[in-house]
Design a protein around this ligand. Structure first.
Ligand code: FAD
Length: 325
């Protein structure tokens, strides 16, 4: 394996071998990891099992520690051993290629799961799913995130992507994040040092978000639940539900909506193999009938070219494409 240190999804695109089988891991590395995190290390684990697209070849190693200290120990060890590490949340904003991911994929979905009220809002482990976070907010009379209903990612992934919908973004309510990097201890970064932008933050790729803190407004639980439900109903009418996808594929260009542009070029229903542009919302590409990652990637390129030709706008990706070709 190459000595790369820790990277996150999207920062190491397709530089691996052209194979759909995992690269064999050094038996010593595997043995050491299995001792550190018994039952929490999988070999040649298909990424299709861990992404909302349901696509992607094997990660050489898939490490899912069940507590924070084991997470840090494994992450430090892998970095020391020169194994590239890719961080994953709920895999709802990524397309992994069929060749899979070199090195180790690490997820904090089972390690960083605490959820607590604070004086001003809520503190959540990065592995907490947004649906659970929103239910907690409703139960505790905490308002401000209702527009995020229906986003299936984790708290950590939502900060990295500054997830948002209907005019609300996680960054609007974020007061700061607890982070760590391999070999270092945990520290708190206040929100104003995060360089939050539309669908992104300035966090450097080697940084793990362990937890997030949000400032919210007091509200009536029933009103909050009703507002969350209203958001969901709006989305059910305008976005495909229950389909394999990663939400919006492209960022909205300045002053416009990517979905509207794609629709105006007449690309709804356009298909490559099992990948199709949604009839309901043109910025969604669906894994419809047994698509491959390559079908989706090719369709993305076609959509991008046609929109550039017809409208003179170059669409930028909102999702991340990663892995060996
Ligand atoms: C049906 C559907 C609807 C969606 N609707 C919306 C929407 O309305 N608005 C919107 O903004 N998005 C939407 N999305 C996209 C997605 O849910 C969000 O971007 C989400 O916040 C990503 O979270 P995740 O945990 O799945 O991150 P992942 O996809 O697992 O990872 C995304 C990025 O974050 C990094 N990352 C993840 N966790 C950590 C961590 N703890 N520390 C450091 N880096 C980390 C990864 O390395 C990667 O770079 C939708 C997706 C689907 C499938």
């Amino acid at each position: 394996m190459r000595v790369l240190g820790v990277t996150v999804l999207g920062s190491r695109l397709g530089r691996g071998t052209r194979t759909e089988t995992a690269v064999e891991t050094d038996p010593k590395v595997l043995g050491d990891l299995e001792r550190m995190a018994p039952g929490q290390v999988l070999v040649a684990e298909p990424m299709a099992r861990h992404t909302s697209f349901g696509l992607g070849g094997p990660a050489d190693l898939f490490v899912e520690p069940t507590d924070p200290s084991t997470f840090r120990e494994c992450s430090d060890y892998l970095t020391e051993a020169g194994v590239p590490v890719t961080l994953l949340g709920r895999g709802t904003n990524v397309l992994v290629r069929s060749g899979g991911i070199e090195g180790a994929v690490m997820t904090g979905m089972k390690a960083f799961t605490t959820l607590a009220r604070t004086d001003v809002g809520v503190r959540a482990g990065s592995g907490v799913g947004l649906p659970r976070l929103l239910s907690f907010c409703a139960e505790n009379g905490l308002s401000g995130l209702e527009g995020l209903s229906g986003i299936p990612g984790s708290a950590g992934g939502a900060v990295v992507t500054n997830a948002g919908s209907f005019g609300v973004s996680v960054g609007d309510r974020l007061t700061g994040v607890t982070v760590s990097k391999p070999g270092g201890s945990s520290s708190f970064i206040p929100c104003d040092e995060l360089s939050i932008v539309y669908r992104g933050t300035g966090l450097s790729p080697e940084i793990l978000i362990e937890g997030i803190e949000l400032a919210l407004d007091p509200g009536e639980p029933a009103d909050i639940r009703a507002a969350q439900q209203e958001t969901l109903e709006r989305k059910w009418k305008t976005q495909p539900s229950g389909m394999r996808c990663a939400g919006c594929v492209f960022r909205n260009p300045a002053g416009g909506a990517a979905g509207k542009l794609i629709d105006e070029v007449g690309l709804k229903g356009l298909r490559v193999g099992g990948a199709v542009v949604s009839d309901l919302h043109a910025n969604f590409i669906l894994n419809d009938r047994g698509a491959t990652s390559e079908d989706v990637e090719e369709l993305i390129e076609i959509v991008r070219e046609r929109v550039a030709d017809a409208a003179g706008v170059t669409l930028e990706l909102e999702i991340e494409i990663t892995g060996r070709r």
